[in-house]
Design a binder for this molecule. Structure first.
Ligand code: FAD
Ligand code: FES
Length: 298
């Protein structure tokens, strides 16, 4: 993990998002898909905590060598400030943080499922998978066409790209999860990687678990320190043998987890129409039997 003063190379609009490129050779050298960086606000701001962002690209070769790119949506004071960053500004950045996605050893057909800006780290992963000779399929979804992230890039990188928008303004109408079964069947996908809003991750993970398809998810949980100290970012994970659970830190043990092992009901609350989850320490009974499967192959 490196702390660096990074010069802003550019900060451009990408649909409704911002795409921030930083000169960060040491972080770029180590970064892997699924990891994130934390960017500090400048001194004197009313918000003190660093803000976490997934790494969209880390370039080690070519014209962009030594640069790091993150993509963000403006949702509050931190991202509003970051949207104003200009070329030659210098930002205080820590990274790469967290555990990355794993490339499967044997399985060869991979499906990447991204929602909104959550698709950003999956392009980096697509490159990693392709360089490991895997075939790569993608579903990229969003609320509307302006939030579909880099569809042309997706087309370039993936063997097949399916786009879906909730309002039907681009691609299929609906959510990524509406198309998951079809795309998995059509492409013969053996492994799924997902990044996006937590309810989407839950739906993808549950779908995959029910069909015994290994699935890794990159989760977003509130982070105060981002360094494993404060436990703000706790996510309940089911034990490998299914006989217990414990809280783990999304910033250090995650943000990438085996989707089959996240105890979604406990973490996000029961889905509407379902009963309450068991309280602390009483949870083992509430664990669905199927969730005890250790689905990730290595
Ligand atoms: C590992 C990780 C990777 C992330 N990657 C990206 C990314 O690539 N692009 C991007 O736009 N955002 C990403 N986020 C979310 C991003 O960190 C928050 O949107 C940002 O910190 C909000 O800061 P703010 O000051 O603008 O808003 P705040 O005033 O802090 O929050 C505004 C809204 O955003 C929500 N929010 C705040 N922090 C988080 C958080 N950590 N996770 C989820 N929601 C949050 C709050 O509940 C609130 O509704 C990531 C978060 C994590 C934990
Ligand atoms: S954010 Fe502090 S431990 Fe994860």
């Amino acid at each position: 993990m490196i702390r660096a003063k990074c010069e802003v190379l550019s900060n451009r609009r990408a649909g409704v998002y911002y795409s921030l490129t930083l000169v960060a050779p040491d972080i770029a050298e180590q970064a892997k898909p699924g990891q994130f960086v934390e960017i500090a606000p400048p001194p004197g701001r009313e918000f003190l905590l660093r803000r976490p962002f997934s790494i969209h690209q880390a370039s080690r070769r070519g014209g962009w060598a030594g640069t790091l790119e993150v993509v963000f949506d403006v949702v509050g004071p931190g991202t509003r400030w970051l949207a104003q960053a200009q070329a030659h500004d210098v930002l205080d950045v820590i990274g790469p943080l967290g555990r990355p996605f794993q490339v499967p050893k044997e399985l060869s057909t991979c499906l990447l499922v991204g929602g909104g800006y959550g698709a950003a780290p999956l392009y980096f992963m697509a490159e990693e998978l392709r360089s490991a000779n895997k075939s790569v399929h993608m579903i990229v979804g969003a609320r509307d066409h302006e939030r579909v992230f880099k569809p042309i890039e997706g087309k370039r990188l993936a063997n097949s790209l399916t786009i879906t928008t909730e309002d039907g303004s681009m691609g299929e109408t609906g959510r990524v999860t509406d198309l998951l079964a079809d795309v998995i069947a059509r492409t013969g996908s053996q492994v799924v990687y997902a990044c996006g809003p937590n309810p989407m991750l839950r739906a993808v993970a549950e779908h995959c678990l029910a069909r015994s398809v290994p699935c890794q998810v990159a989760v977003e949980e509130m982070m105060a320190c981002g360094l494993g100290v404060c436990w703000t970012c706790a996510v309940p994970l089911i034990a490998l043998d299914g006989r217990g659970w414990w809280n783990v830190r999304a910033c250090t043990e995650g943000p990438v987890f085996n989707g089959a092992r996240v105890w979604w009901d406990r973490w996000l609350g029961p889905k509407s129409g379902e009963g309450p989850v068991a309280g602390s320490g009483e949870g083992f009974d509430a664990m669905p039997e199927s969730q005890t499967v250790e689905a990730w192959p290595g």
